[in-house]
Ligand binder design. Structure first.
Ligand code: 5AD
Length: 440
């Protein structure tokens, strides 16, 4: 088997990692920034990956440039020993089985392999795919489901994305902006529940200037110390940089689709290359970078989704939100059918197998078209749930798609229990209060 061997170089800090990566690239060495394996750091630590034969010279260049190296490790392929044994008797095509065998042996999957997995047919193949992803998730991240809290603090948007229920063109939509005090009140609630991460999401709202967002970040850090994920759309590079300097940790900016034609069709105000550039800035600035895609956009095929997944891998994306398209009332796509739950689950599963050490949320969009959607996603490779904490008086007007479901602690309880998984140890709230409730 012609397997390329790699070494992972861990540096002293994010800035050393970024500077080191540049030093090596400038010397013509092929590098990639990848999430570090469990035994070498936290889930979010990023390593510089180089070919094994470039390892010694890379080390020399890094030391010459005063980059602190905290360790160099051989990249261990993530094997799933025994996977094939467990599914041997099922009705699975040879071709499909041979790809799962690659997964078992920790080999990289090709574009063609990924397409075949996404086209899994029949119960046995689909179950085998979900099982493989579930084992990979367990192997890498364990059974705890990470819970985060999202606040959708403004539904004003300067853009007209064709699928989106808060697009500028929806003139009848009642617009709202929460003020800083309202936002902080929710942040404190989340903090008192023990949550570690707050997600601040809004439309691309010019009212929320660099300075205003900056003040909010500073207050959240000072008053709660929580990790902050921003999901504010495209911004100038210096704003991404400013937010990072003030302490923002993660930035979520989805590519939505890597098919350029579809991207341009659904995003009349956006430039595909610029979106990618923003994503690169986010990575370069040392954010934990989030991306994701919508499943079931007009004209999208399995091949497009396979490219999305390889894009997430090649870009070193750490959080990948994959949800089905859901038609939103009053938008140009309102009559278009929703994306399939099954295809979404397949995409989640294959993303886990390909990108391995990443956060994969069981998305709200899935829960909105299938009451068991989140449980199913948790059993197919997902490991994160985002609660929606937008105050109820505003929530109705943040329907990026129609019938958007409410994800609260109770529904998170149901999904996590249903998938036989564990609540995060940091929760200061006893989730078992929901155990006696009917339909819990
Ligand atoms: N269907 C599914 N997902 C949608 N999003 C926005 N509108 C829709 C829709 N109609 C998703 C996009 C965006 C995120 C905030 O919500 O992926 O990045």
């Amino acid at each position: 088997m012609n397997e390329i061997k790699h070494h992972l170089i861990m540096t002293g800090s994010t800035s050393h990692m970024l500077r080191g990566d540049k030093v090596l690239k400038d010397k013509g060495i092929e590098t990639a920034l990848v999430p570090a394996p469990a035994e070498y750091g936290s889930v979010c630590a990023i390593a510089i990956r180089v070919r094994k034969e470039d390892s010694d010279i890379s080390e020399k260049y890094l030391r010459e440039n005063d980059i602190v190296i905290s360790g160099i490790y051989e990249e261990k392929p993530q094997r799933l020993t025994g996977l094939i044994e467990k599914i041997r008797n099922s009705v699975i095509r040879e071709e499909f089985l041979s790809i799962l065998k690659k997964v078992e042996e920790g080999l990289e999957l090709s574009f063609e392999d990924i397409v075949i997995l996404l086209k899994a047919e029949g119960t046995a193949e689909k179950e085998a795919l979900f099982k493989a992803a579930d084992e990979m998730r367990k192997e890498i991240l364990g059974d705890v489901v990470d819970i985060r809290g999202a606040i959708e603090f403004s539904n004003y948007c300067r853009k007209d994305c064709k699928y989106c229920g808060v697009r500028k063109g929806l003139t009848t939509l009642e617009r709202y902006r929460m003020d800083e005090e309202e936002i902080m009140e929710i942040v404190h609630e989340l903090h008192s529940l023990g949550l570690k991460t707050v997600i601040l999401q809004s439309g691309e709202d010019p009212f929320w200037t660099k300075e205003k967002i900056g003040n909010l970040i500073t207050r959240i850090k000072k008053e709660t110390g929580m990790r902050i994920t921003l999901s504010l759309g495209e911004r100038p590079r210096e704003e991404f940089e400013y937010f990072k300097e003030l302490g923002a940790d993660n930035y979520l900016l989805k590519i939505e689709t890597t098919n350029k034609d579809i991207f341009e069709y659904v995003h009349p105000d956006d430039d595909y290359d610029h979106r990618i550039e923003c994503s690169k800035w986010i990575r370069e600035l040392g954010y934990i970078n989030g991306s994701g895609c919508i499943i079931g956009l007009p004209g999208q095929r399995e091949e497009d989704i396979a490219k999305d997944i390889l894009f997430f891998k090649d870009m070193g994306i750490n959080m990948i939100g994959i949800g089905p398209f859901i038609p939103a009332k009053g938008t140009p796509l309102e009559k278009y059918p929703h994306g399939s739950v099954e295809m979404t689950l397949k995409a989640v599963a294959v993303t886990r197998l390909v990108c391995k050490r990443v956060y994969l949320p069981a998305t709200t969009a899935l829960a909105s078209i299938d009451p068991d959607g989140q449980t199913k996603a948790l059993k197919a490779g997902a490991n994160t749930i985002m609660l929606i904490n937008t105050p109820s008086k505003y929530r109705y007007n943040y329907q990026i798609y129609s019938g958007k479901n409410m994800i609260d602690l109770k529904s998170a309880y149901k999904a996590i229990k249903g998938a036989n998984r564990q609540f995060p140890p940091y929760l200061k709230f006893d989730m078992e209060v929901f155990s006696d409730e009917p339909n819990a």
